[in-house]
Design a protein around this ligand. Structure first.
Ligand SMILES: NC(=O)c1ccc[n+]([C@@H]2O[C@H](COP(=O)([O-])OP(=O)(O)OC[C@H]3O[C@@H](n4cnc5c(N)ncnc54)[C@H](O)[C@@H]3O)[C@@H](O)[C@H]2O)c1
Length: 269
């Protein structure tokens, strides 16, 4: 799926639980090169000090690691000035202040700057990344981002749900803009997975447990990260050359179910 020797920038590494990590490892296993990015120098240090205990010294040393805050255009520009030619980018980045933008509270928040920051990081930054990455994809390429159900509001997900809806709309707008340069833009909409970002969603376990009621296939919040990574690699790589502007659900099928599953429809244990 991934061309041997191709190079991908994988953005959004916090620890080895990150979706970015699972995807980047698959790219490497298939013979691709990965340039990893964390948000800033501090996050990079956290990754090496605490976030990757299961990696050997050799594995850590082999990682080509940069940092880049996607809300600072100069940092995104510098990142892509330093990568050389690339074949694609994984944008696996999101943030909304859990105190003001997520949770059981009503949507209104007096902290409107938090709403804007969440939108900038979780949605608009894809356009920044696409803008600075495009000149490095001279022979075309693929940009993939991560969504969570942009079309239906879920409890506790509040402003993040709005950001994901915007992200999925932006995927289509960018795909329209960038097709002329043979650059594809797609999203993978994942079911709930246990990661640091997920742990900051209030009552994440409650949200995740709804998957038992709405997912026709069994969904495992730990094990199924690899299935999400598989789909990201599919969209980044060689087998999806005519797919663009899409949101591909990797959620066990929860997205199309009306109401709850009947007991007789639930996956057999
Ligand atoms: N975990 C889930 O259940 C789930 C489900 C569907 C979609 N997603 C999405 O997948 C993506 C990756 O999340 P994850 O679950 O791997 O969690 P994660 O916490 O490992 O990754 C989120 C990343 O976003 C980065 N980030 C935040 N602000 C940034 C900024 N200003 N600049 C650069 N990086 C920044 C964080 O440093 C972190 O590396 C997010 O967009 C998330 O919304 C997650």
């Amino acid at each position: 799926m991934i061309k041997k020797g191709s190079t991908y920038v994988v953005m959004g590494l916090l620890n080895t639980d990150s979706i970015a990590y699972a995807t980047g490892k698959l790219v490497e296993e298939m013979g691709g090169n990965v340039i990893w990015t964390a948000q800033n120098e501090r996050m990079k240090k956290i990754f090496f000090d605490r976030g990757c205990k299961d990696l050997s010294v050799e594995e850590k040393d082999a990682m080509q690691f940069k940092y880049c805050d996607v809300t600072i255009d100069e940092e995104v520009e510098t990142l892509f000035n330093e990568t050389g030619e690339i074949d694609g980018v994984l944008h696996s980045i999101g943030y909304a202040n859990p105190k003001t933008c997520l949770g059981a509270e009503e949507m209104y928040t007096p902290a409107s700057q938090d709403v804007l920051t969440g939108f900038h990081i979780s949605a608009a930054s894809l356009a920044t990344v696409a803008h600075f990455a495009a000149p490095k994809m001279k022979n075309g390429g693929s940009i993939v981002t991560l969504s969570f159900e942009g079309s239906r509001p879920f409890p506790y997900y509040n402003w993040m749900g709005v950001n994901k809806a915007a992200l999925e709309a932006l995927v289509k707008a960018l795909a329209r803009n960038m097709g002329k340069d043979y650059i594809r833009v797609n999203a993978v909409s994942a079911g709930p997975l246990t990661t640091k970002a997920a742990s900051s969603i209030p009552s994440f376990n409650l949200l995740a447990s709804t998957w038992e009621d709405i997912s026709p296939l069994p969904w495992d919040t730990l094990e199924d990260k690899v299935e999400v990574a598989n789909a990201c690699v599919f969209l980044l790589g060689e087998y999806s050359k005519k797919i663009t502007g899409q949101t591909l659900f990797v959620d066990g099928g929860a997205n199309f179910i009306g109401g709850r599953l009947m007991d007789y429809e639930k996956p057999k244990k």
